[in-house]
Design a protein around this ligand. Structure first.
Ligand code: HEM
Length: 504
């Protein structure tokens, strides 16, 4: 047996050496990058946190670097100018996604949007989602749902702040802000997507939030099967097996929800996403195949894309405010001046809250929820002087771009005032700030996210004064990041609230 393995490995090494030698003849100019080794390329240089590894390499080798993840040529794009080339100038070439072995099993064979390859199918689905599910009109139809749910969270924190603390004679009680916010965003997404809040009992004992988290973790973990296609079936890391297990629990859950919608007799005034998609499916008006599998894929897409991104963005913004009490005070002052203390801040106030918008942009700069935008070249292309081969993976490194010293002074500091005299915005027009990406594959849920993140933070800051627990100093607040499809906080954010509004 040992002999067979040794021969196999030797044959592979010889194959790769010949492959590289043959390539030298036709070599076009490649960008700089760290030195790789045969077969693995640069995989052995990657640790637990891909974002930090690529940041380090980009600082060392420059704005466009070349690496190989196994057999997959990979370009890392880390300056606003080069990002503009990828996401605007050559958007038509780089608008596809790399193959993701793990995601096959949660996307009903890539019938969703996030992982779908570019092409007629993706175009049709994207249009369906933007026109029917994420239009301004649809988003506005959930305004009262958002308001009610945020109200529930505020009341529950108020009860903790006033009731429980006093009854236990402790004065002030800390609140798990991470748990509060993640429950809120999960509820908001579920109500919008399928019309009711999730209950863990609907799924297996691991619960709804765990399973959604598992999907994002598995989708983010580099899979050897993506870098060595012949290893896909072997599933050395067990990622595909775990994703299949997760989808076996999620599939009956979404099936049941669809059945409930089909069997519902009452005609709802406010249709959730499943109602809307079932209407589209039954009308037969769409010019592409759209059946139950597509409805299920889009349902999971919307849940996975919205829950973690929104909650981690809110958590980071609150973390920065707790770390910078002067900025928190300034924001409270703005809320007092624009809204007052006699009513709660509403969605219609958001555009008038200039400082909130600056805090929001600065938080999205330093804590981008999706720091690495994964794209794939659909054709050979020259970017600057460098040759990018069709099928290469192209990673737009928003983490490093958001710290580019040519665009951001004191880039590591949280300074909302930097946006005072600047028109730089998060909507994908300015390539030094790309929290939602830009171009064809940019986030179709951006408008909704802009409302939810700002509104939740504004209400929490308006309704409460916040302190860190156990007399912790702001500078000591742990800001460690957890790598994943979404970069969240490694530890839960805990804080002590004191209610400050003058109405009940
Ligand atoms: C703060 C919250 C959010 C952030 C920071 C965010 C960020 C992003 C980013 C960076 C991308 C990839 C862009 C690229 O590859 O170039 C993306 C894609 C996507 N987002 Fe969001 N997003 C958020 C909320 C939402 C919400 C609320 C929804 C829907 C309800 C959503 C749906 C999607 C979908 C479907 C895609 C895939 C689009 C495609 O591949 O064509 N996102 N988002």
């Amino acid at each position: 047996m040992a002999f067979v393995w040794a021969t196999l490995i030797l044959a592979l090494i010889v194959f790769f050496i010949f492959y590289e030698l043959l390539n030298i003849k036709n070599k076009k100019k490649l960008p700089p990058g760290p030195k790789g080794i045969p077969i693995l390329g640069h995989l052995h240089l990657l640790g637990e946190n891909l974002t930090q590894d690529l940041h380090k390499f980009s600082l060392k080798y420059g704005p466009i670097i070349y690496m190989k993840f196994g057999l997959v040529p990979t370009y890392v794009i880390s300056s606003p100018q080069s990002a503009e080339k990828i996401l605007k100038t050559y958007d038509h070439i780089f608008a596809s996604r790399p193959h993701s072995e793990t995601s096959q099993y949660i996307s009903y064979g890539q019938r969703n949007l996030i992982f779908s390859k570019h092409g007629a199918y993706w175009r049709n689905m994207r249009k369906l989602c933007t026109v029917h599910l994420l239009s301004n009109m649809k988003i506005n139809s959930f305004q009262s749902t958002r308001s009610e749910e945020i109200d529930i969270m505020i009341k529950s924190i108020k009860e903790i702040a006033q009731g429980q603390g006093q009854s236990q004679g402790q004065g002030h009680v800390e609140v798990d802000l991470s748990a509060q916010v993640s429950k809120l965003t999960a509820n908001l997404s579920c109500l919008m997507v399928f019309g009711k809040k999730f209950t863990d009992e609907d799924l297996d004992k691991r619960g709804f939030k765990y399973l959604v988290q598992e999907v994002t973790t598995l989708a983010a973990t580099p899979n050897l099967g993506d870098f060595f296609p012949f290893l896909g079936v072997i599933d050395l890391q067990g990622l595909t097996r775990r994703m299949k297990d997760t989808s076996k629990v999620l599939d009956p859950f979404v099936e049941k929800i669809i059945d409930e919608h089909v069997n519902a007799k009452d005609h709802k005034k406010n249709k959730d996403f499943v109602d809307t998609m079932m209407d589209i499916m039954q009308s037969g008006e769409v010019e592409f195949q759209f059946d139950r599998r597509h409805v299920k894929a889009v349902m999971l897409d919307m849940l996975v894309a919205s829950i973690g991104t929104s909650s981690s963005s809110i958590e980071w913004m609150l973390s920065e405010l707790l770390k910078n009490p002067d900025i928190m005070k300034k924001l409270q002052k703005e809320l007092e001046e624009v809204v007052g203390l006699n009513r709660m801040v509403e969605e219609s106030d958001l555009e008038n809250l200039k400082y909130l918008n600056m805090v929001f942009k600065e938080s999205f700069r330093l804590h981008v929820a999706a720091p690495l935008l994964l794209h794939e070249a659909m054709e050979d292309c020259m970017v600057d002087d460098f040759y990018v081969k069709k099928g290469s993976q192209v990673i737009v490194n928003a983490y490093t771009i958001h710290r580019d010293p040519n665009f951001w002074t004191n880039a590591d500091k949280f300074l909302p005032e930097r946006f005072l005299e600047s028109n730089v915005d998060v909507r994908g027009r300015d390539y030094q700030l790309l929290p939602f990406g830009s171009g064809r594959r940019s986030c179709p849920g951006m408008q909704l996210a802009l409302i939810i993140v700002r509104l939740v933070v504004a209400q929490l800051v308006q309704c409460f004064d916040w302190e860190l627990p156990n007399e912790m100093q702001p500078k000591d607040l742990d800001m460690t990041e957890q790598f994943g499809m979404v970069t969240g906080r490694a530890s839960h954010l805990m804080a002590v609230p004191t209610y400050r509004l003058q109405h009940n």
